[in-house]
Design a protein around this ligand. Sequence first.
Ligand SMILES: [Zn+2]
Length: 320
Amino acid sequence: MHRPGRPFLAALLAAGVLTACASSPDTAGTVPSTVEPGTTAPTTTAVTTTEPATTAAPTTTVPPVDPDAADIPDGECATIAPGAVGFRNDTDARADEYVAIGESTEGRTIWSEHWGATSGPQVLVVGQVHGDECAPAFLVREIRTHPPTEFGIWLIPTLNPDGLAAHTRRTALDLDPNRDGFDLATPEAQALMAETLRVQPALTVHLHSPYRWVGAHNGPLASQVAAAMSASVGWGYPYNAGRVQNGTLAFLWEGQELVIPGHQSVLVEFPAMAAGESPNPPDLTQRRETSVADVRWIARRMRVALYEVFDEIARGSADG
Ligand SMILES: [Zn+2]
């Protein structure tokens, strides 16, 4: 009689306030098609070091090496297209803090990494939700190689490590984690809600593929960031990220509203890099494919656009 998520959510929330009102996913906006890759500064080449396997980490650690290296599977994303990267940290950079925020059904740790300033606004970035979506790894890598300085980012490189290992959209429970925002039947969705409560982010950025658009959810900050990120790659005016509107199913950003009333989110849908990336999304007609080089360029531009908005907010709050 109880849905699995309710006791969990009740335990999470000091005061549960549901502010979800129905609004239809808006598909207004135009999508210009000219995007010219290749104008970026050369990317920093990562120095690969052989890292000794870390032993099981306690909840919060500042380990000498990145626990990702031992804990996050390579998956097919590391090889799906020439030059593609996976969600493991293949850079020399190390986060200032690693927090284990949950454990997947198959027993993999779900990590959250802190980059940048510990004071000022904090942004939560969910790198991978669906295990067969690979392009978001490039924005994950951008954050690791170019961490913010004026504000902070809590980065969950992959929320679905079981799906990453198996190259499946769904979790090991055969559930779509991005329809589990209300039920919280998956440990993955539970981990995100607990991290949302802990971090109290000013904004959450959810990374997906393969549709090639940016969406905003729930307010002016989300709209501002989504517009800046979308414009930075020539994709025009952003869409609304939307609501599932199907029974109790809900996107993760809808579930976050139960944790922080009115919480604002941005959804980035990267185009896929190869035929094997997200081959069967819910709406196949929206599927787009591009090159690894293009995705690398998109990730760079979007990271810069995100930082510009939050640098200004951080400086404003410091001045005020
Ligand atoms: Zn997705």
